[in-house]
Design a protein around this ligand. Structure first.
Ligand code: ZN
Ligand code: FE
Length: 247
């Protein structure tokens, strides 16, 4: 399996998940960059996977369905019920799995940013949408702070070598914020310096590694004694998320 990031809009990532010459695309914000990548790599697009319904993740579905032999448009059960992912064919729930060209893809529901939000996990790759970013997390729009904290707690229990492919390139700003939460955390400083060099070289900061996220991401560390400082876990998460909203 190969994963090819496709930058879209100003800071979104779509991803091609490739088995042989067959590809699925995760969160196609827009069709043109995805079509160019498919052409360039000589692939055939047969599936579209959506982490959630926001326009900057689903905007490319309709033109892709017109241009390519797409057999499945997979999103959450909640988004299917609310008919908010165009052309959705499959409704997925927590614990579901499906086969993609011989690879098993597992679904974890991670509500909070939106109420319909799922992660796709396959062969050590996590597609986390706008729930888990490198060194950050998405804003809590539809769910509650407790729900988002619970969803991130689910994701942090995945194997430490999991590759994190997230919905946006927000890494540098996220690490700047992370430094304000834990000024003495040397791993954050190291990650920040690496991310700066990566972006200066015009490369992507994805994929992240879960092991590093556990050591640097304040939204996975909200209940660590150094971060919570005596607050209960959800109160700590809420305070950090609110501080980030105003950062
Ligand atoms: Zn979103
Ligand atoms: Fe987004």
């Amino acid at each position: 399996m190969q994963v090819i990031p496709v930058p879209c809009l100003s800071d979104n990532y779509a991803y091609l998940v490739v088995q042989g010459r067959i590809a699925a695309v995760v969160d196609p914000s827009e069709a043109d960059p995805v079509l160019r990548a498919i052409e360039e790599h000589g692939l055939k697009l047969t599936e579209i996977w959506l982490t959630h319904h926001h326009w900057d993740h689903v905007g490319g579905i309709e033109p892709l369905v017109e241009e390519c032999p797409v057999a499945a448009v997979r999103g959450s059960r909640y988004d299917a019920k609310h008919e908010r992912i165009p052309s959705q064919t499959d409704a997925l729930s927590d614990g579901d799995s499906f086969d993609f060209e011989g690879a098993t893809v597992d679904i974890v529901e991670i509500p909070g940013h939106t109420l319909g939000a799922i992660a796709f996990i396959t062969e050590g790759n996590l597609f986390s949408g706008d729930t888990l970013f490198i060194a950050g997390c998405g804003r809590v729009f539809e769910g509650t702070m407790g729900m988002m904290a619970q969803s991130l707690t689910k994701l942090r229990s995945l194997p430490a070598d999991t590759k994190v492919w997230c919905g946006h390139e927000y890494t540098i700003n996220n690490l700047r914020f992370a430094r304000t939460i834990e000024p003495g955390n040397a791993e954050i400083t190291r990650a920040f310096e690496e991310a700066m060099a990566t972006r200066e070289a015009k490369r992507f900061t994805v994929p992240g590694r879960l092991a590093r996220e556990l050591a640097t991401n304040p939204f996975l560390r909200f209940d660590h004694p150094d971060v919570a400082a005596g607050r209960d876990p959800v109160a700590s998460f809420t305070a950090i998320r609110r501080a980030k909203d105003n950062f």
